[in-house]
Write a protein that binds this ligand. Sequence first.
Ligand SMILES: Cc1cc2nc3c(=O)[nH]c(=O)nc-3n(C[C@H](O)[C@H](O)[C@H](O)COP(=O)(O)O)c2cc1C
Length: 387
Amino acid sequence: MAYAFTRVNASTGYVIGWNSARRDQAGPRKKVDNSSPETVTPGRALTAPLRPVMLAVMDVSSDPTPDPRLRVNLGGLDLRNPVLTASGTCGYGPELADLLDYRRLGGFTTKSVTLEERPGNDPQRVVEVRAGLLNAIGLANVGLQRFLVEKLPFIRTMPTVVLVNVAGQRVEDYVAVAAALDEHACIAGIELNVSCPNVADGLSFGTNPVRLRQVVAAVRKELRRAKLVVKLSPNVTDIAELARAAVDGGAQILSLVNTYVGLSIDPDTWRPRLANVTGGLSGPAIKPLALYNVHRVYREVARPAGIPIIGMGGIQNAADAVEFLLAGAAAVAVGTTLFVDPTAPLKIAAGLAEYLTARGLPHVAALTGQLQLGAAENCTPTAHVPS
Ligand SMILES: Cc1cc2nc3c(=O)[nH]c(=O)nc-3n(C[C@H](O)[C@H](O)[C@H](O)COP(=O)(O)O)c2cc1C
């Protein structure tokens, strides 16, 4: 199936579809100007012509009474529904505020915050690839102090559960940022982005079980209130080993997956399309890979330990979300799809409610981990038939 990555064209304001049907409706595909060093943020990309349409669709005046069948308790976080935004694809909150009705969102995850402000990588930092996006933003962010002064006031007003994603280069960095954030009641959870190299030894926290356990334990010790989410990198040989290390260190919730390392080369120039050479692949291209990782982590680590999973990777619609729930996720997060349709999380939540009605299911939690394996039930999740 041919996917085309969808983007709102900055000059025309029209949407170019993920799939051929949407593209046909939208007209011919336009070349996207991607030269800006800025992070792709939907608030920036979605230009004036689209906003009135989006606002009309949202019907912000109506009372968003939550559907009790969608309410989930995610490791102590009380979510109105199991659909969150994924870190780095929705800014710090204000960027999507006039497009996405936060009163209807299960939860919001900020982009990564580090101890010091970071300018990020040189452009190009984002490139569109088949069925996905390759990004090497380089953790561009305002840093802890500016986050507290400039971003927190808005977060305090957000009518949804907010997780702040934290990244670092040293254990002490993670601890300092997490401890400072824990002081603020409007931050319900801290998500550790461990897909970062440790400057002390060059080993990525997220690919080394010893380092991972160490950083998770050090952060957990500091937290008095906020729940600790650990976001796993898929760029490992055995993700279950890393999930185990995170749980041993004190993770209360696991989120997976972060992006897959990838490369895109321009055949005209023979050069990498990203200034950073490699980038992280996201979007529908990674969905089966992410789903497999959720399946494995659920069966081997999360289910036995009683730790809930936030599943993510290429989720575009309610059917995708159902797949992640069946594989073992208790909630899902939507990332790259926000660049196509910032209201997607609300549509996915509504689609889940319809799915429950159609199937006569009492609650969304009835889906978690219900993948039916039949005779394969006793096989380890790693087993596969070579092609
Ligand atoms: C442009 C972009 C920026 C991202 N920035 C972050 C980040 O700052 N921290 C983080 O933990 N994950 C970041 N991610 C990863 C997403 O949160 C998510 O794990 C990944 O994209 C898979 O989900 P998706 O396919 O729905 O996008 C970023 C992804 C994209 C596309």
